[in-house]
Design a protein around this ligand. Structure first.
Ligand code: 5GP
Length: 190
């Protein structure tokens, strides 16, 4: 998606350790017009898939998922990052290793909101090593629901997540695929 690539080139900031900061328009301050274009594009890609739910993970995915859901006219569920060790109640759970914080945490979704008949589109802002996406896929599979695919804003294609998830047979559509990035050379797209 040219619009997103151009915006990353213009306003993205590259940090040590392969971190791309896009917090002036995507995941801290939000350009809602850009979100709308992103949502429209996800709908163009997945609109024919009879999606019944959109699933994301807190916090950065929620806004993108909500704007996208306006096009699909379906509910959004966001997986919560659980702080308690003993997870009580009727929840689906899986483990995610945070790329940006380096910690492993549990994510949970109530069993009330994911059902066997659901066709789920997973939305997230970034795909790096694939841990977040893998955790979300497990929640859907545990519910007996179907993963229609994943809609990712920025895939860092130099990290293994994209290949890992596609090798699992899951459709992944990324609106901007970063081939390489460096402080000297900037961002190069696939
Ligand atoms: P993964 O689980 O694929 O390794 O990482 C995906 C998650 O880590 C995303 O939900 C996103 O919040 C965060 N993330 C990974 N790489 C980056 C990055 O370069 N910049 C930002 N802002 N977040 C990232």
């Amino acid at each position: 998606m040219k619009l997103l690539e151009e915006r990353i080139r213009k306003n993205g900031k590259i940090f040590d350790g392969g971190v791309l900061k896009v917090d002036s328009f995507l995941n801290h301050q939000i350009d809602i017009k850009l979100y709308q274009e992103i949502g429209k594009e996800f709908f163009r890609l997945y609109g024919g898939e009879n999606v019944t739910k959109i699933l994301t993970i807190e916090a950065s995915g929620i806004g993108i998922a909500c704007v996208t859901a306006e096009f699909f006219e379906v509910p959004v569920i966001f997986a919560k990052k659980s702080k308690t060790k003993n997870i009580a109640g009727d929840v689906y759970t899986s483990k995610v290793e945070s790329f940006t914080h380096g910690k492993v945490y549990d994510i949970i979704v109530s069993k009330d909101f994911l059902n066997a008949g659901d066709r789920v589109l997973i939305i997230d802002d970034f795909l790096a090593n694939g841990s977040a996406l893998k955790g979300l896929i497990k929640l859907v599979e545990d519910a007996g629901a179907t993963v229609v695919g994943a809609g990712i804003c920025v895939e860092k294609a130099f990290q293994p997540g994209g290949d890992l998830i596609r090798d699992m047979g899951v459709r992944v559509e990324s609106l901007a695929r970063v081939k390489s990035m460096s402080m000297e050379g900037g961002v190069e797209f696939c």
